[in-house]
Design a protein around this ligand. Structure first.
Ligand code: SF4
Length: 378
């Protein structure tokens, strides 16, 4: 896997920490609740990860572009261990951004000690409504959510870090005005970044057994109202679910949306390296599998598959596809591959100034249809 890294381009690092206090009712990501991962399992995960990271950092021999520790709830590793992981990840030099996710019920003063290394915290707030939190089966109650935001506010005042907060909307039995209320309460803490997700009903989750999704048109109307509200409050909508104020984009997520190089460590973490053809891989799907064999199982994509990935990720952003970057990366022009398909799209779905091809809001709402049309001809 690592032999496919393109030395001419930066590499980012993602670390997946697969532990949660309990499992939320809607979540389809891989993680284990605390009741199934005792101290011994967490110790083994930590030791394996540190060995893997030491090897990777030594082989790479240069700083990672960005580092992101996500989960799960990385806070369950504790501040001391997170500090050791991040020190090792940063030993060759300072990345442009170092982010750590910590759930509200776990965030406490001890994580202040990470502020010298971490530049950005992320907390899954989801809602300030007890009703919504209970439908989502979150751990944190409203008190824990507010305490976490107070702490992040203080960390920023003292250490200059920035923070993101996730919100969830289109939750059954709630109205859009409750999400508008959530947005306003959250923005009173002035997070630099907000991620606003529409609740999805994933196969195999507890949520699908007990609740029904909202009507699709209602969901779309609600999204528009909430996007407008964030815009009114000074947040730039730069990716389908991501909003930043004053240019505080998530540098690490931009790596994904540019299909730049990243290596993922930890169970179910994904990697993508290489340039005009990328090598994509995924670590073992379970913690047991990861502990037994923490190595990559790789697949080299064809140029067509790489172009497909690139188009799918770039069109999520407000910048869309830059024809010049496309040509430099793939040696072929965007128009030679897509002009016919573009000519069949409804012009109200996209902006095209001859250099950038990007989706408008109406296009974002029908993104899957657009992607099917564009990619069918590849
Ligand atoms: S805390 Fe996050 S990763 Fe864990 S179950 Fe809830 S949503 Fe999923």
């Amino acid at each position: 896997m690592r032999e496919y890294v393109d030395a001419g381009h930066p590499v980012s690092l993602y670390i997946h920490v697969p532990f949660c206090t309990t499992r939320c009712g809607y979540c389809a990501f891989y993680s284990l609740p605390a009741s199934k991962c005792g101290r011994e399992l967490r110790d083994r995960y930590y030791d394996t990860l540190m060995r893997q990271l030491e090897e990777l950092a030594g082989e790479l021999g240069r700083p990672f572009h960005t580092v992101y520790v996500g989960g799960g709830n990385p806070g369950l590793l504790g501040a001391r261990r997170l500090r050791s992981i991040l020190s090792l990840a940063c030993y060759a030099g300072k990345p442009e951004e170092v982010s750590v996710e910590i759930n509200p019920e776990t965030l406490d003063e001890s994580f202040d000690s990470l502020c010298g290394i971490v530049t950005r915290f992320s907390a899954g707030i989801q809602s300030f409504s007890p009703h919504s939190l209970s439908i989502l089966q979150r751990n944190a109650d409203v008190k824990a959510v507010e305490r976490a935001l107070d702490l992040l506010f203080d960390f920023r005042r003292v250490s200059g870090i920035s923070f993101n907060a996730d919100l969830m909307m289109n939750i059954p039995h709630t109205s859009v005005s409750s999400t508008i209320d959530d947005i306003n309460r959250l923005v009173s803490y002035r997070p630099e970044h907000v991620s606003l997700y529409s609740l999805t009903f994933e196969e195999g989750t507890r949520l699908v057994e007990t609740e029904q999704p909202l009507d699709e048109d209602e969901e779309a109307d609600n999204l528009i109202r909430c996007w407008d509200e964030l815009g009114r409050l000074g947040y730039e909508h730069y990716e389908v679910s991501a909003f930043a104020r004053d240019g505080h984009y998530c540098r690490h997520n931009l790596v994904y949306w540019n299909l730049d190089q990243y290596i993922g460590l930890g169970p179910s973490a994904e990697s993508s390296v290489g340039w005009s053809r990328v090598v994509s891989s995924r670590e073992a799907d379970t913690l047991e599998g990861y502990l037994e064999r923490p190595s990559f199982d790789s697949e080299m994509l064809t140029v067509e598959q790489t172009v497909e990935e690139y188009v799918m990720t770039r069109l999520r952003t407000k910048w869309g596809i830059d024809r010049q970057s496309f040509l430099e990366r793939f040696g072929t022009s965007f128009d030679s591959l897509f002009s016919q398909a573009v000519s069949r799209l409804d012009p109200s779905w996209y902006d095209d100034d001859g250099q950038f091809f990007a989706l408008k809001r109406d296009g974002v709402m029908v993104m899957n249809r657009i992607l099917l049309s564009l990619l069918a001809g590849l």
